[in-house]
Design a binder for this molecule. Structure first.
Ligand code: COA
Length: 322
């Protein structure tokens, strides 16, 4: 039996930090409102000349170094991103060139905040069927580029960053299961309604920004994440007590707390970074994972549950032995 196992993690956050107090000068909001409704205290913002690929490269180099592998050992590159550098080539191809890797498949996955879990699902299949031995999987985002800095409903929520892992073929688990879903019926609740072949005028006038019906998104997110947690535990004949660490998508501490409550897990067993990073979309789970690996909370053989939810709607989860 071939399994896949994480052998390296890495992350990168842009140097520039935007606090809630600084946001008070940009839109009609308060530090108290943002903290109480979202748990967010600050977020990182990429410089104008810093791109999604720049962030991805730094996170990837850190993950490669930790794994002990060389760039040329990598035989699959997947980047989950909603904010690619250019329309094409894919950001994964741009990253491949930066890392001086040639010939292996490289592609982007677009599932917004669930993107990293989708990428993990795909890479796990590639490894299990023998196509791939050593995959680089990255979540990297410059979400602040698609935020309307005049819309207080959304601009306080998002941040920039990148997280990466090396996933290798292994004789022992590894990834225990992955689960991915989508329902486009909810597309209007959370979207950027302008793009290349539809509403291009929004792109041309630099108004292709995130639109969100926050209340509705909140309700569906809490219910859906509860469902995916049940689905994942049932698929593995496990119960909540088998989980050592919950490493969820970092959108909002209230959504994360609802998940922890459903699992009857103390918040001390949940990796929370949204307070420091805001919502970094596809980057949020690998960023949180790297933080908790590097500070020593997550240890070898711990069982991790990684649930995610995002625009589309998309949702999914991964259960793994670290
Ligand atoms: N500062 C101050 N007031 C704000 C504000 C801000 N940044 N943003 C919104 N408000 C106001 C609203 O205008 C509204 O005022 P009104 O009652 O006078 O109309 C009031 O706060 C309540 O707005 P509401 O949207 O009901 O607040 P909420 O409790 O639902 O919290 C969110 C808003 C966005 C924090 C919450 O809905 C949420 O987290 N949703 C999920 C978002 C998310 O995670 N998206 C990504 C999923 S991957």
């Amino acid at each position: 039996m071939i399994y896949s196992k994480i052998t390296g993690t890495g992350s990168y956050l842009p140097e520039q930090v935007l606090t809630n107090t600084e946001l008070e000068k940009i839109v009609d909001t308060t530090d108290e409102w943002i903290r109480s409704r979202t748990g967010i205290e600050k977020r990182h913002v990429a410089r104008d000349d810093e791109t999604t690929c720049d962030l991805a490269e730094k996170a990837s180099r850190a993950a490669i170094e930790m794994s002990g592998k060389k760039e040329n050992d990598i035989d699959l590159i997947i980047i989950a991103t909603t904010t690619p550098d250019v329309i094409f080539p894919s950001t994964a191809c741009l990253l491949q060139q930066r890392l001086n890797i040639h010939g292996c498949p490289a592609f982007d996955i677009q599932a917004v905040c669930t993107g990293f879990v989708y990428a993990l699902h795909v890479a796990n299949l590639f490894i299990k069927n023998g196509t791939t031995k050593c995959a680089l999987i990255v979540g990297s985002e410059t979400m602040t580029r698609i935020v309307d800095w005049e819309d207080r409903n959304t601009c306080v929520l998002f941040g920039d960053g990148a997280g990466a892992i090396i996933l290798e073929e292994s004789k022992t688990p590894g990834i225990l299961s992955t689960h991915i879903h989508a329902d486009g019926a909810y597309q209007k609740l959370l979207s950027v309604p302008g793009g290349i072949s539809s509403n291009y005028n929004l792109v041309k006038s630099n108004k292709a920004f995130i639109k969100m019906q926050g209340n509705e998104v909140f309700k569906v997110a809490v219910n859906t994440l509860g469902g995916i947690v049940d689905e994942t535990l049932q698929a593995n004949s496990m119960s909540n007590t088998d989980i050592d660490w919950l490493v969820p998508h970092q959108a909002n501490t209230r959504i994360i707390s609802a998940m922890a409550k459903k699992l009857d897990m103390p918040i001390s067993r949940v990796v929370v970074t949204v307070d420091q990073h805001g919502n970094t979309s596809a980057a949020s789970i690998p960023l949180a994972l790297d933080v908790a690996v590097k500070d020593g909370r997550i240890k070898e053989n711990d069982t991790l549950l990684l649930p995610a939810f995002g625009g589309g709607f998309t949702w999914g989860s991964a259960l793994l032995k670290y």
